[in-house]
Write a new protein. Structure first.
Length: 183
């Protein structure tokens, strides 16, 4: 990967660099999480619940940045592992809320230091100023892209995996260009 970025395509798009940096972060963290039998997907859900326990699946999906079916599958697996439980509250019988168990809450003491370790490894040799500049730059990129989405004249949305699969299958069948996503 390093050869690719330093020599083969040194002027490639920033998006590719961010994607490969993200993949490297995920690999580094997943190798550490594996020693504790925690997947990266479960880590994502746990992080959200450590900040605010007792969210609906929809709220949890939005905060974790994943689709609801993905969250549902993760919750099912995490329930089997004893990390979370589902409950209705006395004041709202309609919604089901996801709560950490004692075991899920206790993972924070073990797993958060692993994430901090990955961050330390990633910025080794960089000055605090460089790290802060990178942080500000990435936040600005995120804000710019969020503004672009919010201010789009046409409605753009992320299709579900199933919907995207249907669009690709239609295009592969020779039905011309894929149909636009319906709202």
């Amino acid at each position: 990967m390093l050869y690719h970025w330093r020599e083969a395509v040194p002027e490639d798009r920033l998006a590719h660099l961010v994607k490969d940096a993200w993949r490297a972060y995920v690999r580094a963290l997943q190798t550490r999480l594996t020693a504790h039998a925690v997947s990266f997907g479960h880590w994502t859900i746990l992080r959200v619940l450590w900040e605010q326990d007792g969210l609906t699946q929809r709220e949890l999906s939005a905060r974790a940045g994943v689709m609801e079916p993905t969250t549902h599958s993760a919750i099912q697996a995490m329930m089997k592992l004893g990390y979370v439980r589902r409950e209705q509250t006395a004041d709202n019988k309609k919604n089901i809320y996801i709560f950490l168990t004692r075991k899920g809450r206790a993972l924070k003491k073990t797993l958060v230091p692993l994430a901090k370790e990955v961050n330390d490894v990633a910025v080794a040799g960089l000055s605090e100023r460089s790290v802060e500049t990178t942080r500000r730059t990435l936040v600005s990129i995120i804000e710019n892209l969020a503004d672009d989405e919010a201010n789009s004249e046409t409605t753009r949305r992320m299709p579900s995996t199933r919907e995207l699969g249907r669009l690709i299958a239609d295009a592969d069948k020779g039905n011309g260009s894929p149909k636009k996503l319906s709202r």
